[in-house]
Design a protein around this ligand. Sequence first.
Ligand code: ISL
Length: 475
Amino acid sequence: MWFRSAVVYQIYPRSFADSDGDGVGDLRGIIGRLDHVATLGVDVVWLSPIYASPQDDAGYDISDYQDIDPVFGTLADFDELLAGLHERGIKLIMDLVVNHTSDEHAWFAESRSSVDAPKRDWYWWRRSPPNDWRSFFSGPAWERDEATGEYYLHLFSRKQPDLNWENPEVREAIYAMMRWWLDRGVDGFRMDVINLISKPPGLPSGDSFALNAHGPRLHEFLQEMHREVFDGHDGLLTVGEMPGVTVEEARLFTDPARREVDMVFQFEHVQVDQGTSKWDHHPLRLTDLKATLGRWQAGLADVGWNSLYWNNHDQPRVVSRFGDDGAYRVRSAKLLATILHLHRGTPYVYQGEELGMTNAPLERVTDLRDIESLNHYAERVALGGDPQAVLAEIRPMSRDNARTPMQWDASAKAGFTTGEPWIAVNPNHAEITPAAAVAAPDSVYHHYRRLHELRHTEPVVALGDFTMLLARDER
Ligand code: ISL
């Protein structure tokens, strides 16, 4: 299992590098920066969605799974990127977003057209909302559609209707699409909210998140996908993103004998600093973090496999969140990197983490771009919330913290674009850049690079077991 000693680097294309000056990162921008990725010593790149999309949820709303959005480039650019990675010995995994499509996908256009449409049953339609479910992006999860007057389910934005996995035609269409990407040469998939695909029978009222996270057919669907898509392919990497997954469930999903996925992204350690919701944020108690990390290490010690992450495009920057992004920025970023890489599991490093990039100031509501933050702001202010107080509540956890442009150099737009970036560059971009980091032997960057080297050369780093020391020590 090669991936046990591998490191994955996540690229969020919108914010990585812009080659054509339109202010949005693109595939040719990534091609121009491949040496940065290779020098870091990673084995796999995970690319956030680059498919055709209205970009309502920054590409997680896909209108054509087999084409590239013009903002990112073309299929020819994609092939060139894939070849450039493979030449450097790096694999590429794609983001697979199949709990939902965009409402502008041809499947949904047909489905919504009439109650008798052949693809009507590809999504969840009801004459009236059958339950009280809320969308993860605020508001109700059922939306009335003008064409027929019926309601469709969207656990995320109203432009992200949920696919009906109960329908075998849906599953076969998805598997065919996945085979098409494997035939093109990709090396696996990061599966977006894959634990939401099996809906609870009868669609009962209650907490939509908890009810949908553990559907009864989930294992069956993943095993079927394995048979239909992955069988006969060597060297793939599959990782299921599963908010709400428990350690006990993760053992089942990642037990190689069950042939489901190689590893899952769990969320417990990125929820230790929040109460009832992500906006109910409180300072970290270190013992809470230790407790959850320790439990996951123990739970997957003999069966299955962990994935390890602090950051991705949905999480605030870890050095600001669990570290100190002021005087001790470099030291705390290195400490957090060490913790990540010395646990048992496959580490995932998110672009800019290797530089110790920090949260964004997000001073005004006009600085926000993400639909989740904007919807929450609108909802709270409409209910009478004080705009400044709502913004203060959003600031520490907004996904926009992770999405500011990659900081390549000290120039005005951080070397990210020659145009106007779609989201403001962090004002600290003059200090935090690869150029500065490469020049300083004790930088965060060199620390990550050395940790990756250790993962490849010291079996104990990748495969050693884990004992928690000082579990109750708060320091
Ligand atoms: O960031 C979150 C909101 O607090 C998470 O709950 C997030 O929505 C969840 O992790 C699912 O994330 C994935 O699916 C979403 C997409 O917006 C995220 O970017 C993606 O990582 C819907 O496709």
